[in-house]
Design a protein around this ligand. Structure first.
Ligand code: BES
Ligand code: MN
Ligand code: ZN
Length: 489
């Protein structure tokens, strides 16, 4: 179960400030005007806030920055954290300020004096997102629960506003937990078990086992997992919060719990990073969790293909020809181009069974997208400008980088095979585009479709605004917003 900071909301109580023993965060606008809470902190600390303003420290700071005064005289608090933020900040600046607080919260209690700041709920979301930690495998940490008490005008209203935002944070934390988890723990079975647990939230969850997948004819998906001792699975999660017979949006995720490359073995250096190769499935799972937790008024189905790509005596070989559920045959030139083999069967199944109004797939699909876009943007490929633009807008609003890439016949031609309907790689040039072209061969003409290549953004080697080093949860916020834009407004 993802672990969020505990939050509570009360009216501003100035007389409680002197004796509070944890960290106290106070919001101060960049114009240096102190509200009642800040004035009290200033008085207790014998003018520390006024000196900070006079010294020009607020003007130097960017919106969303934090200036910490440690062990202020005249107060019981360990620290006063000054959040530099206008009274009507952008949502993203408010999250950033909250994140700066979430990062330094440490263990124990923090008190945020937000006063009448218009984006208090967004500050709390930022704190909850950034306070994430992944430590189930550290033996010397006892999980102290962290609390954030918020003093603000209209606490009941802010609490109502925060609730769906914390649902999003909890979904993103689930994604991060899955992505950070090592492959000996997060096997295909363990992954499916964790998804089944979400039935308690009102999701309908089905696990399709290998025998069933064989019956369905998912030969491309199954060939990827055939060298592993872990059984391949497809998990279907349905959230039915919308109108009864309305067709759903489908989210499809690549869930390669570990990608050795198979017989086309990857080099050893850095191979440990391939525990994150289930990142697409992780995002789909986190979004479904968020939708259920906030009771979204939308019909959404999440499907993940869970496999492990291992070399063995049973593994698929370069040169093998396999048949997809659609019926098209694929010559497997490189067993390390496995993600598309998994996705194409799950995507076909999603359309065949649900006839979705739109389909979005997510995958840590290609190293080439990391070369092209780095860690700032996911690659976005689409056959439909409306759905694509709706997604790009949602991603921009949520501050999650996304950049559209091209598709076209010339790229599709790269996949021609001498002996089968297609081969599974198109060569080094435009590697991310030919991967997307491969997927598009399994998209029905009238299905609006977006493919998100998240290889560069799912997990990072350094911290980002809302996440510590490691899994980011990229996409949970954007997809949650897309669902709400498409079906709830
Ligand atoms: N899982 C990898 C892609 C990847 C690379 C994800 C780096 C995250 C970080 C994928 O299965 C893969 O191996 N792709 C190959 C494709 C190639 C064989 C055509 C690649 O990108 O090298
Ligand atoms: Mn691979
Ligand atoms: Zn892979």
């Amino acid at each position: 179960m993802p672990n969020l900071i505990a939050t509570s909301f009360t009216a501003v109580d100035l007389d409680a400030l002197a004796g509070f023993e944890g960290r106290i965060a106070v919001v101060v606008a960049s114009d240096g005007k102190l509200d009642a809470g800040a004035r009290r902190i200033n008085r207790l600390s014998k003018g520390a806030l006024a000196r900070l303003v006079e010294a020009g420290k607020l003007e130097d700071a960017k919106a969303g920055a934090v200036i910490t005064l440690n062990f202020p005289a005249g107060m019981a608090a360990h620290a006063v954290d000054v959040l530099v933020l206008d009274r009507r900040p952008s949502a993203l600046d408010a999250r950033k300020a909250g994140a700066a607080l979430g990062k330094i919260m440490g263990e124990g209690a923090a008190l945020l004096i937000a006063g009448s700041n218009a984006k208090t709920a967004q500050i709390v979301l930022g704190a909850a997102m950034r306070a994430y930690e992944f430590n189930p495998h550290k033996t010397n940490t006892d999980d102290k629960s962290r609390t954030l008490s918020v003093m603000c005008a209209k606490p009941e209203e802010v609490e109502v506003e925060v609730k769906p935002l914390l649902a999003i944070a909890e979904g993103a934390h689930m994604t991060r937990d899955l992505v950070n988890e090592p492959a000996n723990v997060l096997t295909t079975t363990e992954f499916a078990d964790r998804l089944e647990e979400m039935e308690s939230l009102g999701l309908e969850v089905e696990v399709l086992e290998e025998a069933e997948l064989e019956k369905l004819g998912m030969g491309t998906l199954l060939c990827v997992g055939q060298g592993s001792d872990s059984p391949s699975k497809v998990v279907v999660m349905q959230w039915k919060g919308g109108e009864k017979d309305a067709k759903p949006l489908a989210l499809v995720g690549k869930g390669v719990v570990f990608d050795t490359g198979g017989i086309s073995l990857k080099p050893g250096a850095g191979m440990e990073d391939m525990t994150m190769d289930m990142g697409g499935a992780g995002v789909v799972s986190g979004v479904m969790r968020s939708l259920a937790l906030r009771g979204a008024k939308a019909n959404v189905v999440g499907l993940v293909g869970l496999v492990e790509n291992m070399p063995s005596g049973n593994a698929v070989r370069p040169g093998d020809v396999v048949t997809s559920m659609k019926g098209d045959t694929v010559e497997v030139i490189n067993t390390d181009a496995e993600g598309r083999l998994v996705l194409c069967d799950v995507m076909w199944y999603a359309q065949d069974r649900f006839a979705p109004v739109g389909m979005i797939d997510l995958a840590t699909l290609t190293g080439a997208i990391v070369v092209g876009l780095g860690h700032e943007n996911a690659g976005v490929f689409s056959n439909n400008d409306d759905l694509c633009n709706a997604f790009l807008k949602a991603a921009q609003t949520e501050g999650e980088g996304a950049w559209r890439m091209p598709l076209g016949q010339a790229y599709d031609d790269l996949l021609k095979s001498r002996i089968a309907d297609m081969k599974n790689i198109g060569g080094r040039a435009a590697g991310s585009v030919s991967a997307a072209q491969f997927l598009q061969r399994f998209v029905k003409e009238d299905t609006p479709w977006v493919h998100l290549d998240i290889a560069g953004v799912a997990s990072l080697k350094s911290e980002s605004t809302l996440a510590p080093t490691g899994a980011t949860g990229w996409g949970v916020m954007a997809l949650n917003r897309l669902v709400s834009d498409m079906f709830e407004s």
